[in-house]
Design a protein around this ligand. Structure first.
Ligand SMILES: [Zn+2]
Length: 398
């Protein structure tokens, strides 16, 4: 049995209010015991239980928190849209149509090219503390291309989402319902075995409420659990459909009605905010305070994609959430860890309390507040995934 004691933690975020102060369950002067990839003990270092011979890592007074759970990412793609970004920054607005540029490049790419791209982005995310990442298809938009994108995603994460309904591809221009039939039939038949989730981009220029409902219902019949892109470009039926169908999360939520806020606060659907998208499209940020004050469960995710949010950095999203969306540092860190876990319906990640997978982030800072207080600074000194050193300058790999 492998056993690790992380000792000398200046401030430990457990996300278990029974173990420490506040919703983050913060324990000062703490220690953490990991056995066989799981947390077996977390608490004040003065009370570390005696145990088997352990490897010891001294955090030297720095902060430790759970690995980030990024519940919304589009990592399987080819091509580059830097020119589109530059044009947008020069004044051209974002529309869903830009997705088609990536679709063309993705269809033309080999499996190995797609695989190398996902591997690079997952490694990049890990270096900034992301230990669980969801990954969607959505740039293939043919039966074989969607299926291979999901297979590639599944080589890197267990949280795989079928997003055949990202946009209507150009060959179906003018007959979107024919494309919806393809998605609900042959495409789902080929894709459902490779995915856990099904997602629809329900917005202007993508899919309407009836189409979204039909696609998600077809996915549910094949055992997939819904999630929805809702309210990025304008308020619409996305949130209502998500809550009605028991979606795990509704994502973006930049434009919400009062009824949407009520539905998210009273239903079981997590409100996932993606401030990297507003940053990169120079759009107004979602009203996080309204959602939090109404009692909704809020998650933060990076929405890494080549068009509207080409970042894998959860610390960057935390800083945006605090500065631009008026979330407190505690709320933002919770949303990026436990909130993401809720959005993925996971109970084994997003926390550092007994039984959790030992996904541990060491910050080169005395507390988690520094993630927002020191924006843009690479504070992640080390990452363990399931108790194994996975990234960072320390600890030395065993
Ligand atoms: Zn997205």
């Amino acid at each position: 049995m492998t056993s690790l004691l992380i000792d000398g933690i200046g401030s430990l975020v457990t996300n278990d209010p029974a173990l420490g102060s506040g919703p983050l369950g913060v324990v000062p002067d703490a220690a953490l015991v990991v056995e066989d990839g799981r947390v077996t003990w977390a608490g004040p270092r003065s009370r570390v239980p005696q145990g088997a011979a352990r490897e010891r890592f001294d955090a030297a007074g720095r902060a430790v928190l759970p690995g980030f759970v990024d519940s919304h990412a589009h990592l399987v793609f080819a091509g580059d849209r830097a020119a589109e970004f530059a044009a947008r920054m020069a004044g051209r607005p974002y529309s869903a149509g830009g997705i088609r540029t990536t679709v063309e490049a993705t269809r033309a790419a080999s499996d190995d090219t797609l695989r190398a791209g996902v591997r690079r982005l997952v490694a990049e995310a890990l270096c900034s503390g992301t230990t669980t990442v969801e990954c969607k298809s959505g740039y293939g938009l043919t039966v074989p291309d969607e299926a291979r994108c999901l297979r590639v995603a599944g080589e890197h994460t267990e949280e795989v989402t079928f997003l055949g309904a990202h946009v209507v591809p150009p060959e179906y221009a003018g007959r979107p319902d024919d494309y919806v039939d393809l998605v609900c039939g042959p495409m789902l038949d080929a894709c459902a075995p490779h995915a856990r989730w099904i997602d629809v981009f329900c917005d202007r220029g993508a899919f309407d409420g009836d189409q979204t409902r039909a696609i998600l219902a077809a996915g549910r019949e094949r055992g997939l659990v819904p999630r929805v892109h809702a309210g990025q470009l304008q308020a619409g039926p996305g949130v209502a459909v998500a809550v009605e169908l028991g979606a795990a999360s509704a994502d973006h939520l930049t434009h919400l009605t009062a009824a949407d806020v009520d539905a998210l606060a009273s239903g079981g659907t997590v409100a996932t905010l993606l401030p990297g998208a507003e940053f990169s499209t120079r759009s107004p940020y979602p009203d996080a305070r309204r959602l939090l004050d109404a009692g909704a469960t809020v998650a933060l995710a990076a929405d890494c994609n080549p068009g509207s949010s080409y970042t894998t950095s959860m610390p960057f999203c935390i800083a945006l959430a605090v500065r631009e969306m008026r979330m407190t540092p505690d709320e933002a860190v919770w949303a990026a860890t436990m909130g993401g876990a809720r959005a993925l319906r996971r109970t084994d990640v997003g926390r550092l309390s007994p039984g959790a997978r030992a996904d541990v982030v060491l910050l080169d800072a005395p507390s988690h507040v520094h993630l927002a207080y020191r924006p843009g600074v690479p504070l992640v000194a080390a990452v363990w995934r399931a108790g194994v050193p996975a990234a960072g300058a320390e600890p030395p790999s065993r």
